[in-house]
Design a protein. Structure first.
Length: 299
């Protein structure tokens, strides 16, 4: 259902000068979505981690999703970030994503609460009962402190395979690609959540990446994914090597600071607002981003 290069879109906020982050800049976001589609992105994630969903009120969050859907206009699917550590809120968020026109939802396991594996299974069982849209599971233990272990993910997907259509795996545990593939088959959509591991992830059976780097280098990321899909190993490695310093630079400081800085370098009029507690990247991080952009041939 989903494959290729899928940017986890940043959300442009006006820089109002007080370091708190300004209002959503709808016009710039529409331009950004248009550019992403023109450059070859195969789907779009609105209001994920990189989109600063954690600092958006619900009305604003799903307004951003609605704008993304409207601008995409059916040309590529839109996946809405909709997870919560409260099962009831997660259900409400899925319904809001449907109302906004999204094609699927991206759902983290409950964070902060630190449920057991059985608690994770029960959380997603409730979501499946109410789900108005397909769900892509998002396993990112580095942020949630909750790891959907391979056996648990398999239980979840097998309980409702028509609902749980894929995973964005940011665990960094590459053997899970094979575990998931062996139990769930090649049709289960496995997407890397780590740009720097996407080459190995795809070689093991993945079909794409929900990407931070694709915000800045959408065409190169799309070409990389196309090379992987067509079995052009040498071309895929060449593009991986060209992009690798940028993958690392996107996390040279707390994300999305580096990616917003990178966008300001290649798009001088891109809004630079970022909402606290996230901050503008350090001087050293900015220098690393500049070097990586130059290595990739983007500046």
């Amino acid at each position: 259902m989903f494959s290729g290069s899928i940017p986890a879109l940043v959300t442009p906020f006006d820089d109002r000068g007080d370091h708190l982050g300004g209002a959503f800049d709808e016009a710039k976001f529409r331009d950004f979505v248009e550019w992403q589609i023109a450059e070859g992105s195969s789907a779009l994630v609105a209001c994920g981690t990189t989109g600063e969903a954690a600092t958006m009120p619900k009305d604003e969050h799903f307004h951003v999703v609605r704008v993304c859907v409207d601008q995409a206009n059916g040309r590529v699917p839109v996946i809405a970030g909709a997870g919560s550590n409260d099962t009831i809120v997660a259900i409400e968020n899925m319904k809001a994503a449907q109302a906004a026109g999204a094609d699927a939802t991206l759902m983290v396991p409950p964070y902060y609460n630190r449920p057991s594996q059985d608690g994770i299974v029960r959380h997603f069982a409730e979501l499946a009962r109410e789900a108005p849209l397909p769900i892509i599971l998002y396993n990112v233990p580095g942020r949630t402190v909750t790891d959907i272990q391979a056996a648990t993910l398999i239980r979840i997907v097998q309980s409702a395979p028509d609902i749980f259509v894929g995973v964005k795996d940011a665990s960094g545990a590459l053997p899970r690609v094979s575990h998931h593939r062996a139990a769930l088959g090649a049709d289960f959509c496995q997407l890397s959540g780590n740009d720097d591991l996407a080459l190995a992830f795809n070689a093991m059976g993945g079909v794409g990446c929900i990407s931070v780097t694709a915000n800045v280098a959408p065409r190169l990321c799309a070409e990389f994914q196309a090379a992987c899909a067509s079995g052009e190993g040498a071309r895929a490695l060449e593009l991986h090597d060209r992009l690798f310093p940028l993958h690392e630079a996107m996390f040279a400081d707390a994300s999305p600071g580096p990616v917003k800085y990178a966008l300001s370098r290649i798009m001088p009029h891109f809004p630079t607002g970022i909402r606290l507690p996230m901050t503008w990247p350090s001087e050293a991080a900015r220098a690393q981003v500049d070097a990586a952009l130059a290595h990739a041939g983007l500046i």
